[in-house]
Design a protein around this ligand. Structure first.
Ligand code: NAD
Ligand code: IPM
Ligand code: MN
Length: 361
């Protein structure tokens, strides 16, 4: 059997709870397909601070470097919010991981499952027939990473500084990812920017236009991010692929997730050049429901499916997981976040959702 090495980083809050279910799904994939996943666990985020003194210990980085892919839970929580910002789970671990491994391309597919149209916050006629939006988010540049950054000065004289910076190659490579993704879908790409205000956006638009000449089969449009936020809730079906810089993609992907019923449904793949990637739910550690065993594990399970598809080229196994999720939703099984109290629905917990998906594969 083929063997893949997976670094498993459950993290904080609901991270370990939903990760447990994704790992059980991988167990079944091992039984049904000729493959074995050699898993190495490592601490990341708040738990790593508590156990090893820092959010991203060297041992964790080494384990990731020695792996074919990273399966990531989520990090952060109130317990660590009073630490200096750069030592906190998000800025001390998640962002450095993305940078160290060159994970510049973040794919966030927001798909409404037929059984879940009632869980969307939009009116039925708006989501009738479903929709399928792929957010392609630039993940290692922009305002998240550019210098200067920080708080300068003392007391009331302090100034908070963030810088948004994009180079031409940074825009080009993410644009190529988005155009290639669009070619495999409905061949419509909407590039999101704020070119009426931001210089990075003026350059972004120009570079995306230039890259577009290599993809004449893809229809390119541009939209300001404020309008896009509105258009997503007005008529989401107008979109196929959305190409966004880092922060715009962060915000619009949460919005797109809710249209599908819950943030707990939205997986993501964070890809480097080549086949290496980190796979993480788009949502966070959900401190409001952590420890209760009620989180929706679907985003984590679909993230594992994306790992099989993108890093391991195991298309049939990935399809089997995605179909199993759809079937379980068709059966009316719902974690609390997607439970609408409709006839035919049954409210279940994290473990039971994992059981059902495992059984359906
Ligand atoms: P969040 O995504 O954790 O939660 C937002 C809302 O969505 C909450 O009501 C939560 O209960 C719900 N939710 C999210 N995932 C869910 C799931 N699987 N099942 C059911 N409900 C779910 O965002 P937040 O509250 O703004 O942030 C909490 C912490 O998580 C912060 O420390 C934040 O920095 C961190 N965070 C981490 C990541 C990551 O590690 N990738 C991503 C986002 C936020
Ligand atoms: C996400 C998260 C992260 C981000 C945070 C936790 C740093 O919100 O993955 O969407 O902003 O990228
Ligand atoms: Mn986010």
């Amino acid at each position: 059997a083929k063997t893949f090495k997976v670094a498993v980083l459950p993290g904080d809050g609901i991270g370990p709870e939903v990760m447990a279910e994704a790992l059980r799904v991988l167990d079944v994939v091992e039984q049904k397909f000729d493959v074995s996943f050699q898993r190495t666990f490592a601490n990341v985020g708040g738990i790593a601070i508590d156990k090893e003194g820092k959010a991203l210990p060297e041992t964790t980085i080494d384990i990731c470097k020695d792996s074919d892919a990273i399966l990531f839970g989520s990090v952060g929580g109130p317990k660590w919010e009073s630490l200096p910002p750069d030592e906190q789970p998000e800025r001390g671990a998640l962002l450095p991981l993305r940078k160290i491994f060159g994970l510049y391309a973040n794919l966030r597919p927001a798909i409404i499952f037929p059984a879940l149209t009632g869980a969307s916050s939009l009116k039925q006629e708006v989501i009738e027939g479903g929709f399928n939006v792929l957010v392609v988010r630039e993940l290692t540049g922009g305002i998240y990473f550019s210098q200067p950054k920080g708080i300068e000065g003392e007391g009331d004289e302090r100034v908070g500084v963030d810088t948004m910076r994009y180079t031409v190659p940074e825009i080009e490579r993410i644009a190529h990812v988005a155009f290639k993704a669009a070619q495999k879908r409905d061949r419509r790409l909407c590039s999101i920017d704020k070119a009426n205000v931001l210089s990075t956006s003026v350059l972004w638009r120009e570079v995306v236009e230039k890259v577009a000449r290599q993809y004449p089969d893809v229809a390119l449009s541009h939209m300001y991010v404020d309008n896009a936020a509105m258009q997503l809730v007005r008529w989401p079906k107008q979109f196929d692929v959305l190409l966004c810089e880092n922060m715009f993609g962060d915000i619009l992907s949460d919005e797109a997730a809710m249209l599908t019923g819950s943030l707990g449904m939205l997986p993501s793949a964070s890809l480097a050049e080549g086949s290496f990637g980190m796979y993480e739910p788009s949502g966070g550690s959900a401190p409001d429901i952590a420890g209760q065993g009620i989180a929706n594990p679907i985003a984590q399970i679909l993230s594992a499916s994306m790992m099989l598809r993108h890093s391991f080229a195991m298309v049939a196994a990935a399809d089997a997981i995605d179909t199993a999720v759809e079937r379980v939703l068709d059966q009316g099984l719902r974690t609390g976040d997607i439970f609408q109290n409709q006839p035919g629905e049954r409210k279940i917990n994290t473990r039971e959702m994992g059981d059902a998906i495992v059984a359906a594969i």
